[in-house]
Design a protein around this ligand. Sequence first.
Ligand SMILES: [Zn+2]
Length: 59
Amino acid sequence: MNQTGTMKPTEVRHVGLVCRHCGCRHFHTVYTRRRNDGIIRRKRCRHCGHAITTREKIL
Ligand SMILES: [Zn+2]
């Protein structure tokens, strides 16, 4: 048996968010709030602590 290629190493997903302050792409979600028209996520940069808010629509 030869099992290769199915397990990938640590994969980082980039959602397209880039910190305006330091330019890094590493964010962690502070909280998630659900609204009628979508979801609001509060995220904070891991490097400089700059907070951003993103909206996601529920389809
Ligand atoms: Zn930053």
